[in-house]
Design a protein around this ligand. Structure first.
Ligand code: ADP
Length: 427
């Protein structure tokens, strides 16, 4: 039986989806994770314990644990494991993203440097650390600006500022966030670094794609219909196909392919975020700024928004990715229906007491699934300090506008009681 190594920090839905796809494909999965204590050994195959901050020891542990039988492919799930996956792939001679490319993709300053070196459009940035003088930085920045920690993800600590005073305040807020024990414990090696860059206006899109021995192919382009203008950048809705015309879509795909190449990403899934500003001159293509290219697939439950048709059956993204990791040529195409996912935002900081309206939300035409992932009595903390979601709503419909309207209506029907004191209507 062929075997794939999956590197992951999470033990949730996406791993189960990989497990189901592996059963379909007759593939055995071996996990490398730093969460062995919370894995209940779902495939009765002990996971390999790794520590993402201790790469050398982790590479050795994975090689030792897999020495008995060949490994046919690797996959990284989540931002943290991408470098370790790349190092192990290199040791095993498997096609994957090279380690330095994986490292650059997960490090906002290195990523910017590579894009600038390649001559690609990138916001002007100042690179600094928490001990710098924010007043001095506030004089050098251009406004509006974005303050962001170099090594966090999921928009954590990303703050737009419009004035020097706001920059000083945001800098303090990000520094406080970076001093939290749970962030120091990540030991990324760059947890003291902060970037201050120009704010790029425009509509935001996400791209899910695959690199195959250096060649980019696009699996889906997502529209983000809610404006992401700050001060914090919470994602809410993804819709595919996007409402952009064919020229804009081509420009997006070309820009992501160029950015992935500039980072050196070569083989495996990628997930990119970009901003499209209208062209300065009529008849010119729009300006696409690629803000980020991650060397991993779209995260967690969100991947359920994508369904593919392969040899006339409907398969998951994870199924497509396992086939690709095994070196198979990917022929799957996204299925014909439009699809939308809402990542249900956290309304404010507090304790989640109850959720009502789930059944009514599920009754909305085109809604396929309403999944509340936050737990009762859990402390909810919104961006910029922490960012997770209350849950997810999925819809599929003939038209993108219908799928989008369906997730919005389902969201409106949900009522989250936070802190027991005040009812906060979600929509
Ligand atoms: P993360 O890896 O934490 O998601 P990003 O750098 O991708 O960090 O930023 C998260 C979000 O913040 C982006 O998707 C975008 O909406 C917004 N953002 C970040 N940088 C800029 C920028 N320079 N201009 C405009 N928006 C930005």
């Amino acid at each position: 039986m062929r075997r794939i190594l999956i590197f992951s920090t999470t033990t949730g839905y996406q791993l189960r989806s990989f497990g189901e796809a592996a059963l379909d494909l007759g593939v055995e999965l071996t996990f490398a994770t730093d969460r062995c204590h919370s894995l209940d050994d779902p495939w009765r195959d002990a996971a390999v314990a790794v520590r993402f901050h201790d790469e050398d020891a982790s590479v050795a542990a994975v090689l030792a644990a897999t020495a008995d039988r060949p490994v046919d492919g690797v996959i990284a799930v989540g931002d943290r494991p991408v470098v370790l996956a790349a190092r192990v792939a290199e040791e095993l001679g498997l096609p994957w993203h090279p380690p330095d490319a994986a490292r650059a993709s997960a490090h906002k300053r290195l990523a910017r440097e590579r894009m600038v070196q390649a001559g690609l459009p990138a916001p002007r940035y100042l690179s600094t650390t928490v001990d710098a003088d924010p007043a001095e930085l506030s004089r050098r920045a251009r406004y509006p600006a974005v303050v962001k920690p170099v090594s966090l993800s999921g928009s954590r600590g990303v703050i737009r500022v419009d004035t020097p005073e706001a920059l000083v305040a945001a800098f303090g807020r990000v520094s406080t966030l970076l001093s939290r024990p749970e962030i120091r414990a990540l030991r990324t090696g760059s947890e003291q670094e902060i970037l201050i860059e120009d704010f790029i206006p425009g509509r935001e899109y996400a791209v899910e794609g695959l690199m195959s021995r250096g060649a980019f192919s696009c699996l889906a382009v997502f529209d983000k219909p809610d404006p992401l203008d700050g001060p914090f950048f919470e994602e809410t809705i993804y819709v595919t196909p996007p409402r952009a015309d064919a020229g804009v879509r081509r420009a997006i795909v070309a820009a992501v392919a160029a950015a992935a190449a500039a980072l050196g990403l070569a083989h495996g899934p990628i997930h990119a975020e970009c901003r499209v500003s209208p062209a300065d001159t009529v008849g010119q293509p729009p300006q696409v700024h690629v803000l980020e290219v991650a060397a991993r697939p779209i995260g967690g439950l969100c991947s359920r928004v994508l369904r593919f048709t392969s040899e006339s059956s409907s398969v998951s993204l994870e199924h497509v990715l396992l086939g690709h990791a095994l070196g198979e040529r990917v022929t799957a195409a996204r299925d014909d229906l439009a699809a939308a996912v809402m990542m249900i935002p956290i309304p404010r900081r507090g304790i989640l007491r109850s959720v009502a309206g789930e059944d009514r939300a599920r009754e909305v035409p085109h809604v396929e699934e309403v999944r509340i992932t936050a737990k009762q009595d859990q402390l909810l903390e919104p961006l910029p300090e922490a960012g997770s979601y209350l849950g997810f709503v999925f819809a599929r419909a003939p038209l993108p506008v219908e799928a989008e309207a369906a997730v919005r209506e389902a969201h409106r029907r949900l009522v989250f009681t936070v802190d027991g004191a005040i009812d906060v209507r979600a929509g």
